[in-house]
Design a protein around this ligand. Structure first.
Ligand code: SF4
Ligand code: SF4
Length: 315
C-alpha cells in the first residue's frame, strides 16, 4: 500500500474506499458481508474511507470502526447542508450513527462553483466552528465541475477537493479533462488536498481499468484516489494497480466482465424528480416513465436519493 500525508496526519492510504458501493442505493448484501469487505480492505492496508449522508450507510462504518483504533482510520463524509441547522444535523448524525467523536474530513456534496458555495455559507460558517472544536479536522467540497475546482482557490475554508477525474473526462459537466487538469494543478499550487473520484468513469472505463488507474495514480497533483468497491476481487485489483503487482487471470477476467447498470423499477410514476437531479442528462421521461441512457450515466446515485419511492437502484 502507498501511504500519504493528509496535512498533519501521516500514513493515510492513497487508496480510499468509496462506500457508495456498499450503500442500499447500490448493494443489497447483508450488513455482515459489507463489514467483512471493509475489514478485508483494512487488513490489506486501506485505512481511508469515504461516505456521505446521502449513502445512508453510517451503520456499516459504525460496525467496522467499533473494534479498530479510530485514530488509525481516516473517515470522510459529506452532505448538502445549506445553513447552520442543516450543518448541525449533518454533523450530529454522522458522529452519532458512526459512533465517533470526530470526522477527519467533512465536505459539501456536489458543489457547482463559488456562488453555489457562497449560497451554503451559513453551513460553512458552522462547519468552521466544528473545525475549531476539533470535531471536523478538515473541510472541503466534492464536485463534477471544473468551475468549482477553479473557484475553490478563492476560499481558504476549502482545504480538500474531491473532483471527478478520469483520463477520458467522462462525467465532467463543464469542460474537458484538459480543463480539469489545469484547474487541479492550480488548486494544488494553492495547497489543496486532492482526492480523485470516478476514475473508471462510472464503470465506462472498466475494461481498461489498469490504464485508467495508472493515469490518475501518475498525476503528481492527486493525493488520493477514492474507488467504490463491492468485491474482494475489486479490492485486490485496485491494490495491484497501485503496487504494480501482477493480477491473476481469474481476477482480471472478473473485473473486465463486471457490468453495473442503473435500473428503474417499472412502478415509476414519472414525477420527474430524478430527471431534474441528473446533471449528466442521463435520465428522461418517456410516456410517463423514467428511462436511463446508460452511455451518459456515471453511476453517482444522486438521482436515487430523489426518488420518493426508492425505484432507482444500481445493480
Ligand atoms: S442517472 Fe443517476 S446515477 Fe446516472 S449520472 Fe444521472 S444522477 Fe448519476
Ligand atoms: S423519482 Fe422515482 S418515481 Fe419519480 S420519475 Fe424518477 S424513478 Fe420515477
Amino acid at each position: 500500500m502507498k501511504y500519504i500525508k493528509l496535512f498533519e496526519k501521516e500514513n493515510v492510504s492513497k487508496l480510499c474506499y468509496g462506500t457508495l458501493s456498499l450503500s442500499k442505493l447500490q448493494n443489497s448484501d447483508t450488513l455482515e458481508n459489507k463489514v467483512r469487505l471493509l475489514d478485508y480492505a483494512y487488513e490489506r492496508g486501506i485505512n481511508f474511507f469515504d461516505t456521505a449522508e446521502l449513502y445512508d450507510n453510517y451503520n456499516i462504518l459504525r460496525e467496522f470502526i467499533k473494534d479498530k483504533d479510530r485514530d488509525k482510520l481516516t473517515i470522510a463524509s459529506k452532505s448538502y447542508a445549506y445553513d447552520k441547522y442543516t450543518a448541525e444535523y449533518s454533523i450530529n448524525k454522522a458522529l452519532k450513527e458512526m459512533n465517533t467523536d470526530y470526522l477527519d474530513i467533512f465536505m459539501l456534496h456536489e458543489q457547482d462553483n463559488g456562488n453555489n458555495f457562497l449560497g451554503h455559507y451559513q453551513a460553512v460558517d458552522r462547519f468552521m466552528k466544528y473545525k475549531d472544536q476539533g470535531i471536523i479536522r478538515h473541510f472541503g467540497i466534492s464536485t463534477h465541475r471544473v468551475e468549482a475546482v477553479k473557484d475553490s482557490i478563492k476560499f481558504k475554508e476549502i482545504e480538500i477537493l474531491f473532483p471527478l477525474l478520469n483520463y477520458k473526462g467522462i462525467g465532467i459537466q463543464d469542460g474537458s479533462i484538459e480543463d480539469m487538469t489545469e484547474a487541479l494543478k492550480k488548486a494544488k499550487e494553492n495547497e489543496k488536498f486532492i482526492m480523485a473520484m470516478k476514475i473508471y468513469g462510472g464503470g465506462h472505463l472498466i475494461r481498461e481499468a489498469e490504464k485508467a488507474f495508472k493515469y490518475v495514480d501518475g498525476l503528481s497533483y492527486v493525493d488520493s484516489i477514492a474507488i467504490g468497491m463491492s468485491t474482494i476481487e475489486e479490492i485486490e485489483a485496485n491494490i495491484s494497480y497501485l503496487e504494480n503487482n501482477e493480477l491473476s487471470n481469474n481476477i482480471k477476467n472478473k473485473i473486465r466482465n463486471q457490468k453495473r447498470s442503473l435500473v428503474i423499477e417499472e412502478w415509476c410514476g414519472g414525477c420527474g424528480n430524478c430527471v431534474r437531479k441528473c446533471r449528466q442528462n442521463a435520465l428522461m421521461l418517456v410516456d410517463g416513465k423514467c428511462k436511463v441512457v446508460m452511455e451518459k450515466c456515471v453511476l453517482c446515485s444522486y438521482c436515487a436519493g430523489e426518488c420518493p419511492d426508492f425505484y432507482i437502484k444500481i445493480v
